[in-house]
Ligand binder design. Structure first.
Ligand code: ME8
Length: 519
């Protein structure tokens, strides 16, 4: 049994269909999880949907459902999320919904426990609420009644509510973040939270909504006139999913999470409310909360509520699943923002995938067919000492450890660049070695060395590409004629050279990535 590796995504709101922002977090987390399976880790990848709250109650009514029929509405949208994850080859281990019985019981259990402990009290809430963000804002924070996050007009609220004493944990949290440099990543986000904690006094968190305003939520276990605030409900998924408190054996095996992967829009909830909830419950902290950047569209964050989203189903249908996965992970460094245009997908597809990777495979297999009747020849004794040969062998040797480094810092875009160094070195090796001349001049030893080096490079490219583009990796592997199951290989296999074995019959098939634009 390998090392436990528990990784989560946010639970997406089911008020509307999934969009490319959700797909991004999902594909990135999938690539990280797949890479860890490769390392031999015992991975638990959990994702899911956030199904309660005012935003969803409203969306359900707008979609034509009667008040009280929200479950039918969330069931429909939940299916759309699941369908998209299947379509995008996202290989999660567990899908949690906040409407699951076990989750609802966990939320009630936790509320009772915190109430008994004295961390919860009731008072009048006077302030604002932003339904699209599902956020409470104080008079001080909401200047002019405008949401500081989405800049929309806020709803004024005056109602009795339950509060969680987060203010009492401020000093502890600040110290914890200061003494755990890996707790919030990237560092810019950690500094943002430390700045916030050092310059402001935390206000106790309102954690309920009266039922006469909102019915679609989990009932507060000690007051049937209230439902639980959606964020307090949703964050608990990270522990209820792995078994808290109903299966403590499983929970103890999985908790603490190794990574919570989120977007920077929900950093405060994860880096302030969540650790305090865990601390109050006497539970360990997750190891790392990683907040990635945003896809922006014409300068604005792409989001459902802004109506500027690009449909992932359309992109997958038009460009293919692996082009979409590759584009998202390659075009924007994980942690920074990136600007989305359809042109950049086409560019990435034609240059990196069709020209660099697809052509490399195609040219190599054509040469095996032409020079060696489609069968990998016996390996000649001496290694190729040409500059190109040495460069390619060097990259083949060091790539696995470089990838391990890249991925330990979640540098997904860096990992793909490292793999493309191999692809580019292999293409350059073909240009420099002039195999057509070697064939004409009957330089058999050099031609055999050359083919072995290329097949070795391509085999390693297929293996290392698998976490990012699983279908492409499998297609490459098949065409290369390798017999082992690529999905069962692990890191040790990557490090063990010698993929290219004499007698293997290659199976050249159609190009992996036909060009979109000619030229
Ligand atoms: O916030 N670029 O759900 P949500 C990149 N239910 N990523 C984006 C993005 C963009 N333009 N837009 C969204 C919620 N995302 C809560 C979470 S967790 C206990 C509860 C991704 O449907 C990113 O991961 O609004 C962001 O944090 C998440 O979707 C928000 O999804």
């Amino acid at each position: 049994m390998g090392k436990k590796f528990y990784i989560t995504t946010p639970l997406y709101y089911v008020n509307a269909e999934p969009h490319i922002g959700h797909s991004y977090t999902q594909i990135a987390t999938d690539a990280i999880a797949r890479f860890h399976r490769f390392l031999g880790d015992n991975v638990y990848f959990m994702t899911g949907t956030d199904e309660h709250g005012e935003k969803i109650e409203k969306a359900s009514i707008e979609a034509g459902h009667k008040k009280g029929d929200e479950k039918a509405f969330v069931d429909e949208i939940y299916e759309r999320f699941k369908e998209l994850w299947d379509n995008l080859d996202v290989d999660y281990d567990y899908f949690i919904r906040t409407t699951d019985k076990k989750h609802k019981e966990a939320v009630k259990y936790i509320l009772k426990k915190l109430n008994k402990k004295g961390d919860i009290y009731k008072k009048k809430y006077r302030g604002y609420f932003c339904t699209p963000c599902e956020m409470f804002w104080s008079d001080f924070q909401a200047e002019g009644g405008i949401c500081p996050d989405c800049k929309r007009e806020l709803e004024r609220i005056e109602e009795d509510n339950y509060f969680f004493k987060i203010s009492e944990y401020q000093e502890w949290l600040t110290e914890y973040i200061e003494s755990h440099p890996d707790f919030i990543k990237p560092d810019s986000r950690r500094n943002e939270i430390l700045g916030l904690l050092n310059n402001n006094k935390l206000i106790d968190l309102c954690i309920s909504r009266p039922k006469n305003r909102l019915r679609w939520g989990i009932e507060v276990p000690f007051d049937k006139d209230y439902v639980v605030y959606v964020w307090f409900d949703a964050l608990i998924n990270y522990i209820s999913g792995p078994g808290y408190p109903h299966d403590m054996k499983k929970f103890k095996r999985l908790w603490p999470a190794d990574f919570h992967i989120i977007g920077k829009d929900i950093l405060r909830h994860h880096a302030i409310y969540w650790p305090i909830m865990l601390k109050a419950l006497g539970l360990d902290m997750p190891k790392t909360i990683f907040a990635h950047g945003w896809w922006v569209f014409k300068g604005e964050k792409m989001s459902k509520s802004k109506g500027n989203i690009v449909d992932p189903y359309y992109l997958v249908g038009t460009y293919g699943r692996d082009t979409f996965r590759y584009f998202l992970l390659r075009d924007m460094p994980f942690g920074l923002d990136g600007s989305f245009t359809e042109d950049s997908i086409v560019r990435r597809h034609d240059s990196d995938l069709a020209n660099d990777l697809g052509n490399l495979l195609n040219r190599t297999l054509t040469m095996v067919e032409k020079y060696f009747d489609g069968t990998i020849p016996p390996k000649p004794g001496p290694a190729d000492v040409s500059e190109g040969g040495r460069r390619l062998s060097g990259i083949i040797k060091t790539l696995p450890d470089r990838l391990k480094d890249d991925m330990s810092g979640l540098d997904l875009n860096g990992a793909l660049s490292s793999i493309w160094e191999l692809v580019n070195a292999a293409n350059k090796y073909i240009e420099d070695s002039k195999p057509w001349a070697l064939f004409k001049e009957k330089e058999e030893v050099r031609l055999k060395q050359f083919i072995h080096n290329l097949i070795e490079g391509l085999g390693l490219a297929a293996i290392t590409i698998l976490p990012f583009m699983p279908s492409t990796a499998r297609a490459m592997w098949r065409q290369l004629g390798f017999k082992e199951d690529i999905d069962k290989l692990d890191f040790k296999a990557i490090k063990r050279s010698g993929l290219s074995k004499p007698g293997i019959k290659v199976k050249k098939s159609k190009p992996l990535f036909p060009r979109i634009k000619s030229g």
